[in-house]
Design a protein around this ligand. Structure first.
Ligand code: MIC
Ligand code: SF4
Length: 640
């Protein structure tokens, strides 16, 4: 059968359902990944499922988000994660080894495999030709226990690349251009599959930058072919045996095509406070910049930092700003040391940070009050940097380094000749900070080490037929999971303690939310379009559930958050007529008759004495899971 890459991979992994756009299909999952911030909860759930060993081809547990260890909590989480990995047959990547997606790309990802990860940027592995999706921790726990992962069969959008990038223009500009065109919800329900002659001009890490930040379009995933370039990359990583060719057939049919001529692209930048708010750098002008931060799973590869190092060679960063650099992995650092390029970075005055997420998730390096920060990251949601009134811009390493040198936002083409960089033929391969899975009889002897901050999972009752309560909060379009459940240095250490972390739900949106939820015995949230965009953190569903939130009623939802709401027994409903959003206010008293959740739901706004029709996209199975009070009780029954 002629087909796209997406069709080829999915047809080999569908275990239930028909490959028809919008229909639910269940996929066999080959690999999983977790990171520490979502991982503790995922493994607590995995333990609760009661399986003796992971059932995937392989699964990896990374520690990269919170590595501050400012007290015992964080260190206890790491110790717990290491012991769980050893007990249940996973690989374990120790803190400092690097950022999960960069490491997975370098050392694990395989073309043609399916991967889910408890992190929304898991599609980074699409750069190598894996079909890789972000998911809630509970879905990852279920996949580790051998359960399939369910998605709506996507619309397959072909992104046709032609031409070749000019000097000082790089992969980040490609994905910023995609975001400029389709914005932060233009990818919902879709796979962005890259094809065309331009593909062969991009290296695997370039491709991974594009698939990584594709997440910001809301898409199910993004994927590139696996070709000769992929083969060379894998061989250079001593993983030639993992390569297989994966290219679309000549007559492959896409449901829609977007064309991008790489030769026409210019340096781009996303303005505050959305990754979809994209303009050309030259249109924005010379704004003063206080901080430049480089790294994150989007732009911390060897190529990226080599360009930065060469551009910094012999220069000093501008007096008015700070430059921080967080490399993606130890492999990247080792090469920069070996080539001497690390010296150029150090000599120029950059602050070298740990190989971790760091500033990207607000773990330090918060900008000063009302400051402007230019970052090579993928998200610039308001407040995510740790400074509520900072303006964060997202750009390529080229734009970032040019800005670091001049002190004002700078089109890198003004720097003159593009640095020539030399990539190594073979990468330094050193997996000594990744612990291998133990054989079964060794694994069974491992004791799981917990700390006092790792609290038991809360359990929830099955949902009744009629839901009553008050509207606790009404929010606008594009509310992110960073709004719902903030991260950062203060809150991340509480990820394994739901009673504590729930005190911070919606903290920056409505500081009274926690008290309101408590005083009202829970209630409802009203949202606009694309509610829950951004991260995969299931705490954005689990913590509101803990506070008694019964249903979230919006104009539309982001994919991963919708699944997380179902997983934790909060009913996600949408307005049949989106104008009805205006017929509900905060504190209104609502009554919802849920029934069996097979069709429309009628809601009575008792305060306004008005009936409002609601609908949903839930499958029969979702309805079953919701009725059972969430996925954990349901999966325990199913897998027994
Ligand atoms: C993010 O970039 O927002 C995170 C932090 O990596 C999240 C995961 C989390 O909240 O732990 C994500 O993207 O899923
Ligand atoms: Fe880490 Fe930032 Fe990537 Fe999330 S987006 S995985 S916080 S580097």
């Amino acid at each position: 059968m002629a087909g796209t890459i997406t069709e080829k991979i999915l047809s080999q992994h569908i275990v239930e359902g028909k490959p028809e756009m919008g229909q639910e299909v269940a996929l066999r999952i080959d690999n999983t990944l977790t990171q520490d911030a979502t991982g503790t909860m995922a493994y607590l759930q995995f333990e609760a499922i009661g399986i003796d060993r992971v059932k995937t081809e392989f699964s990896v547990s990374f520690v990269d988000h919170n590595t501050l260890q400012s007290d015992f909590k964080n260190a206890d989480d790491h110790r717990y994660l290491q012991s769980v990995a050893q007990r249940y047959g996973l690989y374990f990547s120790k803190p400092g080894n690097g950022i999960c997606h960069q490491l997975f790309l370098e050392r694990f990802a395989k073309p043609g495999n399916t991967l889910i990860g408890s992190d929304s940027h898991t599609p980074t592995a699409g750069g190598i030709g894996s079909f890789a999706m972000g998911a809630g921790g509970l879905d990852v726990a279920c996949a580790m226990a051998g359960a399939p992962f369910r998605i709506k069969y996507p619309k397959i959008v072909g992104v046709k690349l032609t031409g070749k990038l000019n000097d000082w223009v790089s992969a980040k500009d490609v994905i910023l251009e995609v975001l400029r065109r389709i914005d932060v919800k233009g990818g919902v329900g879709k796979v962005l599959e890259y094809f065309g002659d331009g593909v062969k001009t991009l290296s695997v890490p370039d491709r991974a930058t594009i698939t990584n930040m594709g997440t910001e379009t809301g898409c199910t995933t993004s994927i590139f072919p696996s070709d000769e370039i992929t083969k060379q990359f894998l061989e250079a990583q001593e993983r030639g045996a993992d390569w297989k060719e994966l290219i679309p057939d000549a007559n492959a049919q896409y449901d829609e095509v977007i064309e991008i001529n790489l030769s026409e692209l210019e340096p781009m930048i996303a303005l505050p406070h959305s990754p979809g708010n994209v303009k050309k750098v030259k249109e924005v002008g010379m704004i003063n910049v206080d901080q430049v931060a480089m790294g994150s799973c989007t732009n911390s590869s060897l190529r990226d930092l080599k360009v930065v190092a060469q551009a910094l060679k012999g220069k000093t960063i501008a007096n008015n700003l700070h430059l921080t650099i967080s490399p993606g992995s130890r492999q990247v650092v080792e090469h920069l040391m070996e080539s001497g390029e690390m010296r150029y970075i150090v000599q120029a005055g950059a602050r070298i940070m740990e190989n971790a997420c760091g500033a990207c998730i607000g773990m330090g390096c918060a900008p000063s009050s009302a400051a402007t920060s230019v970052r090579t990251f993928n998200r610039n949601f308001k407040g995510r940097s740790g400074t509520a009134d900072a303006d964060v811009y997202l750009a390529s390493p080229e734009v970032a380094v040019a800005t670091a040198i001049t002190g004002v936002l700078t089109d890198p083409r003004e720097l003159g000749e593009y640095p020539k960089i030399e990539m190594p033929e073979k990468f330094f391969v050193n997996d000594n900070m990744t612990l291998k899975p133990l054989v079964e009889n060794e694994a069974n002897k491992i004791e799981i080490l917990r700390g006092p901050n790792i609290k038991p999972l809360p359990s929830f009752e099955p949902i009744g037929n009629v839901l009553e309560g008050n509207v606790l909060l009404k929010v606008e379009d594009n509310i992110t999971t960073d709004h719902i459940m903030p991260a950062g240095a203060k809150i991340l250490p509480l990820r394994s303690n739901i009673p504590e972390i729930s005190k911070y739900v919606f903290e920056a949106v409505d500081p009274e939310f926690y008290n309101k939820a408590k005083n009202n015995n829970g209630g409802f949230i009203i949202g606009g379009d694309n509610y829950g965009q951004g991260s995969s953190r299931e705490h954005a569903a689990l913590a509101p559930k803990y506070l008694g939130v019964k249903a979230v009623i919006t104009k539309s939802f982001a994919r991963i958050h919708l699944a997380n709401l179902v997983n934790f027994g909060i009913i996600p409903l949408t307005f049949v007529n989106s104008e009805d959003y205006d017929n509900i206010n905060e504190s209104d008293k609502l009554e919802l008759v849920i029934g069996d959740l097979t069709g429309e739901v009628t809601m009575l706004n008792k305060t306004k004495d008005k009936e409002i029709k609601l609908t949903h996209t839930l499958s029969k199975l979702d309805a079953e899971i919701l009725k059972a009070g969430g996925k954990l009780p349901w999966i325990k029954k199913t897998l027994k």
